[in-house]
Design a protein around this ligand. Structure first.
Ligand SMILES: Nc1ncnc2c1ncn2[C@@H]1O[C@H](COP(=O)(O)OP(=O)(O)OP(=O)(O)O)[C@@H](O)[C@H]1O
Length: 712
């Protein structure tokens, strides 16, 4: 028992370095190792030294030929050979240190200089968070008694690209060392499983939970305190060329001492000046996504984080997210309505890929001042900067920290003086809400789910129609038909969520539509730019997929062990609900457990094997493109991939109002077809009894009804 520390770390055997360039390469490929020294779980300086063999004489020749400025083919071949040997050498060294070979082979650089911690050094407690491809657990470090958060990442059949995404997060986390940035304390890995745990300090709250809780009123100096910490953390990241690309309240964790830390660097990237390369625009959770990203920019800067900061800042006053679009086009429309549309020079200067589609015919005027008129002047000024549609007007985190807002009274509180709260994690609130909802609504939704959903659908369609009318006021009707190739039909069977937010556009590289009876049905005949995605989008997709709760729940139910999984999940939920005290709440939680298991079991039988999100990575492999996180289109990367095979989980790019009904009718048939096709393809083998056949008939009827309602 006990973690591996310098005292009991796995000793790394001496290895020879025939190529003689180990140290050379280490120095080049491990710029972060310096910051790891003194870290628990790293190879001690002594051990590292021990495995550093002396350089061989051959090195001199190598340098000489470089100096001459010419590298012969022989030299190149030799160098490649040496490089390969070196990689094998480092891999061997890491495996000897206890790392699984699948991790070392793909993410050697990320784990360089560390030894894995042992799982039995921690006592795993309840689940406290759910990420796209990770679950987060509270745990106790048995050596120190300290609480930690264990982020458990499960990899997709050792698919190198999924490991590489995680490696990038680890590498970036290791580079950063700041009081307002979540510190990675170590990694737990096992040679026998494909699971990796990231060990973090435990944080009791997140800002989304605090700012949207109806029971919590944040004082001005408290808001200032959080803003100061957030901006300090970001200032540090940006100074190290790290763009976070997913700033939102749920990723800003706060502990009981009032310290805020920026967490979740899963989408972060390094953007060194002078090494510019195109970046994906498919990042940042939709409600916090800057307009240039929505317009398809691939040449953006750290200012995208400042836009998100503006949204978070405003959210603390509004007590709810301020820009809650359900689709990219709606998000942009909401942004223009609040912040005004950009001037002509913006469109001309930035030449953004989607500008011709989204440029409004009639400019929108900013309503920011009227909307925020009740807030102090300095708050409005700062918000105006952050929420500038033109990125270059947003300033920087350092400039914001120097602004008048922080210099005027009331000053920012000291973190330690802030009130202590009971757990307010976004997840806790979601759990409590769904508990309430399910307990009251479970009977109805289980008996007549289709009616409930259809009613929701009707409301949702009405909203969309209103939205379409408003859009058409600002867009040239001549321009809108251009959207034809892009038109997507959004059939949301769920009402607008109050706290959870939809994430990035959900592009699933799967020829089958994702249909969930109690969740969202989003079917599309999309094509065009939306398919030109890079691999990072897959990552983003996974993140977003989780956030659509219905889908993420169902994504567990993808194999025959689904029921087992549900049971496990309920066990965890049960533990999580142990926070709730009192008999009544315990009773409610039992009710919830019962409802969930029944509902999930019925879903399981209805949707066998239909929701395998892992297909995202089961495409024609093109490792080179994946390596680079290539921004080039998926079509280029995956030649065998057909546009028409895809179904997009996305919101609409709305056509003009006059065509709205026509548009719906046009797609109605397609929806029904897609849904049926999906059902037949997937369920053919399993629809073997009358119960399932009956359920299928019911759902078909529901879909038909929903289509009728939709065009009314
Ligand atoms: N150190 C921590 N202490 C407490 N809770 C944490 C910690 N780290 C993460 N969590 C919880 O787990 C949730 C998911 O973690 P995280 O965002 O890192 O995972 P992810 O897979 O990257 O998620 P997402 O898909 O939202 O980006 C967080 O929203 C948070 O509530």
């Amino acid at each position: 028992m006990g973690c591996i520390s310098s005292k009991n770390a796995v000793s790394v055997p001496q290895a020879s370095d025939p190529s003689g360039i180990v140290r050379d390469l280490r120095e080049r490929s491990d710029p972060i190792s310096a910051s790891w020294r003194g870290h628990r779980g790293h190879l001690s300086a002594k051990q590292t030294e021990k495995v550093q063999p002396e350089r061989e004489e051959g090195d001199g020749n190598r340098l000489e030929s470089r100096e001459n400025g010419k590298v012969s083919t022989d030299d190149t071949g030799l160098q490649n050979l040496r490089l390969r040997n070196l990689h094998r050498y480092i891999e061997g060294e890491q495996v000897a240190a206890g790392w699984p070979s699948w991790l070392s082979a793909v993410a050697g650089e990320a784990i360089q200089g560390w030894v894995p911690l042992k799982a039995d050094s921690f006592e795993k407690l309840e689940k406290i968070g759910q990420g796209t491809y990770s679950s987060v657990f509270k745990a106790r470090d048995l050596d120190t008694g300290k609480m930690v958060a264990l982020k458990k990442v499960r990899f997709d059949n050792f698919k190198p690209e999924s490991v590489r995404f995680m490696a990038r997060e680890i590498k970036i986390l290791r580079m950063l060392d700041h009081p307002n940035i979540m510190k990675l304390e170590g990694l737990i890995a096992s040679r026998l499983s494909q699971v990796l745990y990231l060990v973090f300090e435990y944080m009791e709250h997140d800002l989304a939970g605090l700012s949207t809780s109806p029971d919590i009123v944040l004082s001005e100096s408290q808001v200032k305190c959080y803003m100061k910490q957030l901006l300090s953390g970001l200032e540090y990241c940006h100074s190290r060329n790290v763009i976070h690309r997913d700033i939102k309240g749920a990723n800003l964790l706060i502990n009981n001492d009032g310290i805020l830390k920026v967490a979740d660097f899963g989408l972060a990237n390094l953007c060194r000046p002078g090494h510019k390369q195109p970046l994906t625009s498919r990042v940042v959770t939709l409600w916090y996504r800057a307009p240039e990203l929505l317009l398809g920019s691939t040449d953006y800067e750290a200012t995208v984080d400042l836009w998100s900061v503006g949204c978070v800042f405003a959210e603390m006053f509004a007590k709810r997210p301020i820009l809650r679009g359900r689709t990219e086009v709606e998000q942009l429309h909401k942004i223009f309505r609040l912040c005004g549309s950009p001037p002509e020079e913006f469109w001309q200067k930035l030449k953004l890929p989607h500008a011709t589609i989204f440029k409004p015919h009639h400019p929108y005027k900013s309503t920011l001042h009227q909307t925020l008129s009740h807030l102090p002047r300095t708050v409005v000024c700062l918000l105006e900067n952050f929420l500038s549609v033109e990125p270059y007007k947003r300033g920087s985190a350092s400039a914001a920290l120097d602004s008048e807002y922080f210099r005027e009274m009331p000053y920012a509180s000291e973190p330690s003086s802030l009130p202590k709260y009971s757990p307010t994690k976004e997840m806790t609130i979601k759990n409590q809400e769904s508990l309430r909802r399910r307990v009251s609504g479970s009977q109805e939704s289980m008996r007549k789910p289709s009616e409930v959903d259809i009613r929701k659908l009707a409301g949702s369609k009405k909203e969309l129609q209103l939205h379409a009318e408003e859009v058409s006021k600002h867009y040239d009707p001549e321009e809108l038909p251009r959207l034809d190739g892009e038109t997507r039909l959004f059939v949301d069977l769920q009402p607008m969520p109050s706290i959870k937010c939809p994430d990035v556009q959900h592009t699933k590289h799967n020829p089958q539509p994702d249909f969930t009876f109690s969740g969202s049905l989003c079917v599309s005949s999309s094509s065009g730019f939306s398919w030109a995605r890079r691999l990072e989008e897959d990552h983003a997709y996974r993140k977003s997929h989780r956030q659509c709760s219905s889908r993420s729940n169902l994504s567990h139910i993808k194999d025959s062990s689904g029921i087992e999984h549900i049971k496990q999940e309920l066990e965890i939920k049960g533990a999580a609900n142990s926070d709730l005290v009192g008999g009544q709440k315990r009773h409610e939680s039992q009710e919830l457990a019962k409802c969930t298991i029944l509902k999930k079991c019925s879903q399981q039988s209805e949707h066998p094997k239909s929701l395998d999100t892992s297909k995202v990575f089961r495409l024609h492999d093109n490792s080179e493109a994946l390596h680079k996180g290539d921004p080039l289109s998926m079509q280029h990367n995956y030649p065998g991939f057909h546009k028409e095979d895809r179904v997009e989980f996305s919101g609409p790019l709305l056509p003009q109002t006059c065509k709205f009904e026509e548009f719906l009718q046009k797609h109605e048939h397609q929806i029904c077809q897609e849904v049926r096709r999906s059902w037949f393809r997937r369920d053919r083998s399993t629809v073997t009894n009358s119960l399932l056949a009956h359920k299928f008939a019911l759902i078909s009827a529901a879909v038909k009804d929903s289509c009728i309602l939709k065009i009314q």
